[in-house]
Design a protein around this ligand. Structure first.
Ligand code: TXE
Length: 481
């Protein structure tokens, strides 16, 4: 059976433990490969390689670094089909989505930061009249850690690695043990692109073992993490006493505010996507839908009709809209929330059942599910489900919907549908979220700051924010006569 090996110092290698985890194909519910179960010894080996590579990589010219990142971007593009198939097999997402979104975005991440580093500049402050000149230099931190989740595997893995490398750091990275395959394949691509050995090291294994070893390593000075809020808390607790730099992108329970004056048809089709894209397993999905009362009944009818058209099926088939959930434990977790919704008085307007797909009877398939709720404070409307499940309820006034939208502990993104400019400004300013999309969803310009407030995280990724995170600012102050 195929083995997913660590990639350390430019070479694939087995874990010290010689232990292996099962890697499942969620569309079939079968083990199809084995993952290196790495421990602190493997992380130490990866750290040493990264440490040795740092002096040279941090002194490599910006032009050379940029060229290598652009080469990686091109190679990802050239291997688009193979990478997309690997992603679908590992994650269960529709192949069409992996081809249109995941892999192209992984390539864009390298391309974007390959270009961005050539434009990254720092400030100078002249103390006029005092014969003093200050300038800021932004130096790479050293060896940094990047830990990523399973929902957008290569997309989020590269979103961290690309800026870390562009800024001149060397990296010890760990993808999710649930979806390690494309990160494994990236090692070979980096070698082909001429990335010097030791600059990027990829260690596989569980969070408590390999992940924890990265976070608690005393000389890995910064951690960029995307994953669950509970894990984020744990990481913060481990890293804070060592004063590590931390960027945490955590969960979300994002509101979708629909006003009667919106462009209805556009809103309807985008809302289907924002609810169920990637089986609802995107931290930015709009899982709480609030609809102005005057259009509520019409919306309910039209939304259910559109969602009924979505095909749940084998992710490799071209007409599949909703593939498999990522794992059996995750499927069970999502199903438990559907049961809870019923206990809480929610009405299932559509879906709610596991689906058996012919030829893939053991796969983890679930119908897209719409739950009408009575109380915005019920658990199903407050806790992150992270699956193809949305709640809906009506509202009457702006004040009311803002209160409901801001009632959760999360604050990642929000979507607002209206054609009233005054309302756009008023509501956007009051929404407690790091990103507000107005009349659109998941519309990303990679230069913009990305991240959440409240329990959705700390720090911002994207654009120069990411390059600032992966560097330390130093003020040089010169007094002259
Ligand atoms: O994520 P974990 P899980 C949410 C979603 C989901 C829940 C749990 O609600 O149901 O989180 O998902 C590594 N030290 N999101 O359990 O555990 C782990 O190996 C260091 C939202 O899969 O947070 C993996 O690489 N690392 C989210 C990564 O952390 C540790 C995307 C994420 O895993 C670690 C995914 C530790 N102690 C889930 N423990 C989003 N915001 O997009 C785990 N890891």
């Amino acid at each position: 059976m195929k083995k997913i090996l660590n990639f350390i110092n430019g070479a694939y290698c087995e874990p010290f433990s010689q232990d292996w985890l099962d890697n499942y194909n969620p569309s079939k519910g079968e083990v199809y490969s084995k993952i290196a179960y790495s421990s602190s010894e493997d992380v130490e080996k990866a750290y040493q390689a990264a440490k040795d590579a740092f002096p040279s990589w941090s002194n490599t010219t910006i032009e050379e670094r940029s060229m290598i990142l652009l080469k990686i971007a091109s190679l990802i593009e050239e291997n688009l089909d193979a990478l997309a198939e690997a992603e679908t097999l590992d994650n269960g997402k529709p192949l069409s989505l992996a081809k249109a979104v995941d892999i192209p975005r992984a390539s864009s991440n390298f391309r974007f930061f390959g270009h961005a580093i050539t434009q990254f500049a720092s400030e100078a402050h002249e103390s006029v009249g005092l014969n003093t000149m200050n300038f800021t230099i932004r130096q790479p931190i050293g060896v940094v850690g990047c830990i990523s989740p399973w929902n957008l595997p290569l997309y989020l893995f590269t979103w961290k690695i690309a800026p870390a490398l562009a800024a001149g750091n060397t990296v010890v990275a760990k993808p999710s043990e649930v979806t390690p395959m494309t990160a494994y394949l990236l090692g070979e691509i980096c070698n082909q692109a001429g990335l010097p050995k030791g600059v990027l090291n990829i260690v596989h294994g569980t969070g408590p073992s390999a992940g924890q070893a990265i976070v608690s390593h005393p000389d890995i000075k910064a951690i960029s993490f995307t994953g669950g809020t509970k894990t984020g808390e744990h990481i913060a607790r481990t890293a804070a006493p060592m004063f590590k730099k931390l960027s945490l992108e955590l969960g979300g329970k994002n509101p979708n505010l629909i006003f009667a004056d919106c462009n209805y048809e556009k809103m309807l089709s985008v809302t289907v996507r924002s609810s169920f894209a990637n089986q609802g397993q995107i931290c930015l999905c709009g899982s709480r839908i609030f609809v102005e009362k005057s259009i509520y009944e019409k919306f309910k009818t039209d939304f259910v009709a559109k969602v009924k058209e979505l095909k749940v099926g084998n992710p490799f088939e071209a007409d599949t809209n909703i593939g498999a959930l990522v794992s059996k434990p995750h499927l069970e977790k999502v199903k438990s929330y559907i049961d809870l919704a019923k206990e809480e008085g929610g009405k299932i307007l559509f879906g709610g059942n596991q689906v058996t797909v012919e030829g893939s009877e053991n796969g983890y398939y679930l119908e897209p599910t719409i739950i009408e709720i009575l109380d915005y404070q019920c658990r199903v409307n407050q806790e992150e489900i992270f699956g193809p499940v949305v709640t809906i309820m009506p509202f009457e006034t702006e004040e009311e919907v803002l209160k409901m939208a801001n009632s959760v502990k999360y604050g990642l993104s929000a979507t607002l549908w209206t054609s009233n400019l005054d309302r756009t400004m008023r509501v956007s300013k009051q929404l407690e979220a790091g990103i507000v999309w107005v009349n659109t969803w998941l519309n990303r310009d990679l230069r913009t700051p990305f991240g959440g407030i409240k329990s959705s995280g700390v720090g911002r990724e994207g654009g120069f924010e990411a390059l600032k995170f992966f560097t330390e600012a130093k003020n040089v102050c010169i007094k002259y006569d």
